[in-house]
Design a protein around this ligand. Structure first.
Ligand code: CO8
Length: 258
């Protein structure tokens, strides 16, 4: 499918989706989020793809939802279209692992999109923020919920109430991002991580996603039971036999997603 606001490239089992509205710092408008939704569905269905990277430009991952598009909307418009509800769900429903590779601004919906991915690798130039309060609104797709779970109440309140930006170093210290790398090696690092994931059994990788994400939705004892049952279930796969045999035979496993 031809896209206008994103660029999709598939190489070595990794689909890289680059947000591409440079004149608007990759602000998330209806077209971009529609195209992102379609590209994620395509990547999820493409057997060649085993990991997905979402990235932006050197200046901006995404500077938020498109303020120009939203400014004249009414409550009824927002409610009746369930503004960005479907698109947000599309990201979190993607079954293959998604890495956010963030350089520059990840603000508002941009920070929220990064948080919807499975983990965030940040360039040392990254700046995260939930500045919606400056526009007379609040975060709408996770900035008050996911951010609070990731960095705790005090920092989430600080970010959402003051609208200040958090640099990459603070974001790593606070648990928002998994690693910080020099800006020039961001894509190399993200692709390296994606290729490592691509080598695993897709069944295990999808099970990891389900288990970790479940920890945000349930009690500890239910989550532990869910994890243990998934662990047990993986003994029904050929990949478990292959992974353990390869360990004992001191060779690299050849996973076949079976
Ligand atoms: N929307 C639309 N256009 C934008 C946005 C945006 N979020 N951010 C930047 N742009 C545009 C600017 O208007 C400008 O365009 P133009 O040249 O035509 O005026 C161009 O991008 C470059 O921006 P600046 O000139 O402002 O660049 P600076 O380097 O001076 O500043 C900043 C960069 C600090 C990132 C600044 O652009 C800024 O503050 N942007 C807005 C950040 C923001 O407030 N984000 C939150 C938006 S609201 C939101 O995300 C809600 C999410 C929830 C929605 C889901 C609901 C369910």
């Amino acid at each position: 499918m031809a896209y206008e606001t994103i660029i999709v490239e598939v190489e070595d089992h990794v689909a890289t989706i680059k947000l591409n509205r440079p004149d608007a710092l990759n602000a998330l408008n209806t077209q971009l989020l529609g195209e992102l939704t379609a590209a994620l569905a395509e990547a999820d269905e493409n057997d060649k793809v085993r990991c997905i990277i979402i990235t932006g430009s050197a200046k901006a991952f995404a500077a938020g939802a498109d303020i120009k598009e939203m400014s004249e909307k009414s409550y009824v418009d927002m409610f009746m279209s369930d503004f960005f509800g479907k698109e947000g769900n599309a990201v979190i429903k993607t079954r293959k692992p998604i890495i956010a590779a963030v350089a520059g601004y990840a603000l508002g919906g941009g920070c929220e999109l990064a948080m919807m991915c499975d983990f965030i690798i940040a360039a040392d130039t990254a700046k995260f923020g939930q500045p919606e309060i400056n526009l007379g609104v609040i975060a709408g797709i996770g900035g008050s919920q996911r951010l609070t779970r990731f960095i705790g109440k005090s920092k989430a309140m600080d970010m959402n109430l003051t609208g200040r930006f958090m640099d990459a170093e603070e974001a790593e210290r606070s648990g928002l991002v998994s690693r910080v790398v020099p800006a020039k090696s961001l894509m190399e690092e993200a692709k390296g991580a994606a290729e490592k994931i691509a080598e695993k059994s897709m069944i295990s990788a999808m099970a990891v996603k389900e288990a970790v994400n479940r920890s945000y939705e349930t009690t500890l004892s239910e989550g532990l039971l869910y994890e243990r049952r998934l662990f047990h279930a993986l003994f029904a796969t050929e990949d478990q036999k292959e992974g353990m045999a390869a360990f004992m035979e001191k060779r690299t496993p050849q996973f076949r997603d079976r």
